[in-house]
Design a protein around this ligand. Structure first.
Ligand SMILES: Cc1cc2nc3c(=O)[nH]c(=O)nc-3n(C[C@H](O)[C@H](O)[C@H](O)COP(=O)(O)OP(=O)(O)OC[C@H]3O[C@@H](n4cnc5c(N)ncnc54)[C@H](O)[C@@H]3O)c2cc1C
Length: 400
C-alpha cells in the first residue's frame, strides 16, 4: 500500500498520524513549509456540541457534531498528549440570544432542550466524555442579563469550550516530525491528480523532487483546495459549495481578565473566546467575513487583507461587541493589547446564500465527511471539531 495524504492542515495531519498508528507509511503534501498553517491554525477552536445549529431542528447536524465532539479527546490522545494541562481550554461558552435573531426565543428554548436529550442519549453508557471533563449539566438558562446591553434578550450557560488551536498545532507538528512513517513534503503545491489504472499520479511543483509520484491510495484533505481534484477524479459535488474567507482575531492582553466566552445567536453576529492566561479570540461576523466565492472559482484570498484592513476589522469588531457588552472596551483596548494576529482562513460549506438568509443551507452541516471513489477518498472536514473523527473513519475505510 502506497499512500499519499494531500494537505497537512489539521485534518491531513490527523489522518497521517492515524495511518502511522496503524503502521502505514504515507507522503504528506503541503504547499507550506510546516504543517498546520491555515484554517486549522487560526480558527476559534470551538469543539461544537451543536448549540449553534438551531436552524436544523431535525438535529441531524447536532448528531454529527456530537460524534466529533465526544470523540475529540480520545482520538486526539492517540496522537499527542492532549488535555487541559498541555492545551489551553477556554472558559465555557455563554450563548446570547440577539434581539434580531433569526430564531424565535421559544424555538431556541425547545432546540436546547431537544439537544440536551440527544446529548444524554449519545453519552448513554458509552464511556465517552466531552474533552475529558466531567460537567454536571448541559445547559442552564440564565435569567440575569446584567452586563449586556438591551440587544441581548436571553442567555444560556453551556458546557461548550474551545481548545487553543495554536497549542494543538504545536503538539501535532512535533509528532509528525518525529514519526518514521510520515514523510512530510513541504513546499509542494499539488497541481493535478490523475487516475491511471490502479494508481493515482500526483503532480506537484517543487524544485527538489520528482514532479510526479504514484500511489495506490489517495486521501484529499486540501480543504479549500479539494474541489478541482474531486471533479477530475469523478466526485463532482461542487455545484453548491460556497467558500467564505473569514478573518480571525487573536490577541494577547497585558493583564488577566474575567470575561466570559460567548457566542451571539442566531445569525450574522459574533463571538469572544477567553482562553484564559491573557489569550483572547474575537470576531464580529459582518466585519470578519470579507470574501465569498464558488469553490472552483476562488480568488487569491490573501490579497483581501492589507494592514489597514486588519486594523479596521479589529476596531469594528471591538466596537460592535462593545455595544453588546459595555465592560468589554475597558478590558480590550489599544492600551491593553500586547500582541495581535489578524489572519484569514477558509470556511467551505454546502449552500448558495450567506447565513443572513434564514433558509441558507449553511445552517446545517450533516452532509460533511468522507466521499470515496475507488481508493480515492476526499474528506470534507466541515468543522475543526470533526477532524479527528473523520481521520479515524477514513483510515478504517482504507484498512477495511
Ligand atoms: C476564522 C475561522 C474560524 C473557525 N472557527 C471554527 C471553530 O471554532 N470550530 C470549528 O469546528 N471549526 C471552525 N472553523 C472551521 C475549521 O477551521 C475548518 O473546518 C478546518 O480547520 C479545515 O480543515 P483543515 O484544518 O485541514 O484546513 P486547512 O488548515 O486549511 O488545511 C488545508 C491544507 O491544505 C493545504 N493546501 C491547500 N491547497 C493545496 C495545494 N494545491 N497544494 C498543497 N497544499 C495545499 C493548505 O496549505 C493547508 O495546510 C473556522 C474557520 C475559520 C476560517
Amino acid at each position: 500500500m502506497k499512500v499519499a495524504v494531500l494537505g497537512a492542515g489539521f485534518q491531513g495531519v490527523c489522518v497521517a498520524l492515524e495511518l502511522a498508528k496503524q503502521g502505514i507509511a504515507c507522503d504528506l503534501y503541503d504547499q507550506g513549509g510546516v504543517p498546520i498553517t491555515q484554517a486549522g491554525l487560526i480558527n476559534e477552536g470551538k469543539i461544537h456540541l451543536g448549540y449553534v445549529y438551531g436552524k436544523d431542528p431535525t438535529l441531524k447536524t447536532a448528531r454529527k457534531m456530537l460524534k466529533g465532539a465526544l470523540t475529540f479527546h480520545e482520538y486526539l490522545n492517540r496522537w499527542m498528549d492532549f488535555d487541559s494541562a498541555t492545551v489551553k481550554f477556554s472558559r465555557p461558552f455563554k450563548y446570547l440570544v440577539h434581539k434580531d435573531s433569526i430564531l424565535e426565543l421559544e424555538q431556541s428554548d425547545s432546540y436546547f432542550a431537544n439537544l440536551e436529550m440527544l446529548y444524554e442519549e449519545m453519552m448513554g453508557n458509552s464511556g465517552l466524555t466531552y474533552l475529558g471533563l466531567n460537567d454536571h449539566f448541559f445547559f442552564e438558562k440564565v435569567t440575569d442579563l446584567d452586563g449586556y446591553s438591551d440587544e441581548i434578550v436571553a442567555s444560556y450557560q453551556t458546557i461548550e469550550r474551545s481548545v487553543d488551536p495554536l497549542d494543538v498545532a504545536s503538539g501535532l507538528r512535533r509528532e509528525v516530525m518525529q514519526s518514521d512513517l510520515i514523510y512530510f513534503l513541504g513546499h509542494h503545491l499539488v497541481q493535478k491528480v490523475e487516475a491511471k489504472g490502479n494508481v493515482y499520479a500526483v503532480r506537484s511543483s517543487n524544485a527538489n523532487s520528482s514532479p510526479v509520484k504514484e500511489y495506490s491510495h489517495l486521501i484529499n484533505c486540501l480543504w479549500g483546495g479539494r474541489y478541482k481534484i474531486d471533479r477530475d477524479l469523478g466526485l463532482d459535488m461542487n455545484d453548491s459549495i460556497i467558500v467564505r474567507y473569514k478573518v480571525a482575531i487573536h490577541l494577547t492582553l497585558r493583564n488577566t481578565h474575567d470575561l466570559p466566552s460567548f457566542t451571539i445567536i442566531q445569525g450574522p453576529f459574533g463571538d469572544l473566546v477567553n482562553f484564559t492566561k491573557n489569550r483572547i479570540y474575537l470576531s464580529w461576523y459582518p466585519s470578519c467575513m470579507i470574501g465569498i466565492a464558488d469553490a472552483t472559482n476562488q480568488p487569491n484570498w490573501d490579497d483581501l487583507l492589507s494592514d489597514s484592513r486588519r486594523d479596521q476589522i479589529l476596531n469594528e469588531s471591538l466596537t460592535r461587541l462593545g455595544a453588546i457588552m459595555p465592560e468589554l472596551p475597558e478590558v480590550i483596548c489599544q492600551r491593553s493589547i500586547q500582541t495581535k494576529k489578524i489572519e484569514g482562513g477558509l470556511i467551505c460549506a454546502r449552500g448558495r446564500e450567506d447565513i443572513t438568509s434564514t433558509d441558507s443551507d449553511l445552517h446545517h452541516r450533516y452532509e460533511i465527511g468522507l466521499h470515496s471513489v475507488g481508493d480515492y477518498h476526499s474528506v470534507d472536514t466541515g468543522k475543526y471539531s470533526m477532524a479527528p473523527y473523520f481521520a479515524v473513519q477514513v483510515v478504517k475505510r482504507i484498512t477495511g
